[in-house]
Design a protein around this ligand. Structure first.
Ligand SMILES: *Cc1c(COP(=O)(O)O)cnc(C)c1O
Length: 437
């Protein structure tokens, strides 16, 4: 075992990593050796040592949907540096500061009306916890404590803490182990696939029936709008979101949209709810909020929800993470949103969408490929079987691209700054990975 201070060589660091460091969804000790990243700039990750003959990889993942402007961006670096020289953190209880206030006001401005109040959380999962707490507390404050369950559709993903796990897909998802331990929620069938597919009246009736039947015990419906991300990378018709909005209004149930993956332009509109022309009672954002620089998320709610909570016996929202509103994260989030809206981001997403459609068309002919789909800056190749993750990842790296396939999926959501040649290269690597996996 090398001493920690001696372990600056790649082999030493990887040995320490294996011995001590837990990785996402991984065993301990780790079975797959991670790649050691030395630095990142633009859309390229630089490895400490070559892997499959490559020292640099084009990033096809945006670090799990977050790094929309790429890495080491001068404007975002400057936002962090400038804030660092003023203060990196102060507690948010009893104190406030410009970066958090500016960010909250900006989020209210760019999200659908009538979202108006912002709870800054330190991760997406925590923002979902807060959103759920808001909804349950709203009904409790109104004297209807029986309304404490959630309805969602199958195939979703909302994070890895307790309440979010309870609304992730119960089968085939990552949290099946905990059925029987988690709060028991109400599951509707997964939405029929296809963004452009005409809405299925039988499915719409199913949604209405489920919400109606459980209305007395439902605090809220929570779904990912238009794209179900980590639950299976599937797309559905925005029409179903309009049905949810109507049924929720009819039956006095709140609607929570989890835009943590879809927010900030990824699906072609700034927020996916815009495809449906609806607005939720509570909305979660995260991932791309800080341009992938620091961990921050937010739960936004309407005045109706906030006022409902304020009318209760306990009129406060009892939630207050230590690092709530962190100034560094808030400052870089403001800069990231300004950077996004200061350019024709929709055109860039369309450009990438066109590149993905063209480049991934070849995958449709690969043996073992079941479906190829593209929406906004998201490209998905679904296999007929579980992907061999190690083989698929190796094939992508050999092609000079970083991908992270899972389940039966090889997919990409590149940074919006990815040039056409790099988009083509990512597509070629997705096809290679699909063939190898
Ligand atoms: C990633 C994600 C989350 C969880 O966010 P974390 O920051 O990883 O806790 C929740 N919902 C959706 C839709 C996500 O994609």
């Amino acid at each position: 075992m090398p001493e920690p201070h001696l372990a600056h060589d790649t082999a030493g660091l990887l040995a320490l990593d294996r011995e001590h460091v837990w990785h996402p969804y991984g065993p301990m000790p780790g079975r797959q050796q991670p790649l050691l990243v030395e630095s990142a700039a633009g859309v390229r990750l630089r490895l400490a040592e070559p892997a499959e003959g490559r020292r640099e990889l084009v990033d096809g993942m945006s670090s799990w949907w977050s790094a929309i402007h790429g890495y080491n961006h001068p404007v975002l670096n400057e936002a962090v540096r400038g804030q660092l020289d003023r203060m990196s953190h102060v507690m948010f209880g009893g104190l406030t500061h410009e970066p958090a206030v500016r960010l909250a006001a900006r989020l209210v401005e760019i999200t659908p009306e009538p979202l108006r109040h912002v709870f800054l959380a330190d991760s997406g999962s925590v923002s979902v916890e807060v959103a759920v707490k808001m909804c349950l507390q709203y009904w409790r404050s109104l004297g209807r404590p029986a309304k404490q369950r959630l309805l969602t559709w199958r195939g979703g993903y909302h994070g890895d803490t307790w309440q979010p796990m309870s609304v992730c897909d119960p089968d085939g998802g990552m949290h099946g182990l905990w059925s029987g331990v988690l709060p028991r929620q109400v599951f509707a069938d997964a939405p029929p696939p296809g963004f452009d597919a005409g809405p299925d009246p039988a499915y719409e009736a199913h949604l209405r029936e489920m919400i109606g039947r459980h209305a007395d015990e439902l605090a809220a419906v929570i779904v990912e709008p238009v794209v179900q991300g980590a639950g299976g990378m599937s797309f559905h018709s925005p029409a179903y979101l309009r049905v949810l909005r109507e049924a929720c209004d009819e039956h006095e149930v709140l609607l929570v949209l989890d835009e943590i993956a879809t927010g900030f332009g990824r699906t072609g509109t700034l927020f996916a709810a815009e495809h449906a022309g609806i607005s939720p009672d509570v909305m979660c954002v995260g991932k791309a909020l800080t341009g992938g620089y620091l961990t921050m998320a937010a739960a936004l709610c309407t005045t109706r929800v906030a006022e409902g909570i304020a009318r209760g016996e306990v009129p406060v929202l009892a939630h207050g993470p230590t690092f709530m509103g962190n100034p560094l994260a808030a400052a870089v989030a403001c800069a990231s949103v300004d950077l996004l809206l200061g350019q024709d981001w929709a055109l860039e997403v369309k450009r990438i969408e066109a590149g993905l459609r063209e480049g991934l068309a070849a995958a449709a002919g690969v043996p073992g490929v079941k479906d190829v789909r593209v929406l906004g800056a998201i490209g998905v190749v679904q296999l007929e079987h579980e992907v061999d993750m190690a083989a698929a990842t190796r094939a992508a790296v050999r092609a000079g691209v970083w991908l992270r396939p899972f389940r039966d999926l090889v997919y990409t959501m590149p940074p919006y700054v990815t040039g056409n040649e790099d988009v083509a290269r990512i597509c070629a690597s997705v096809c290679d990975a699909a063939a190898a996996g």
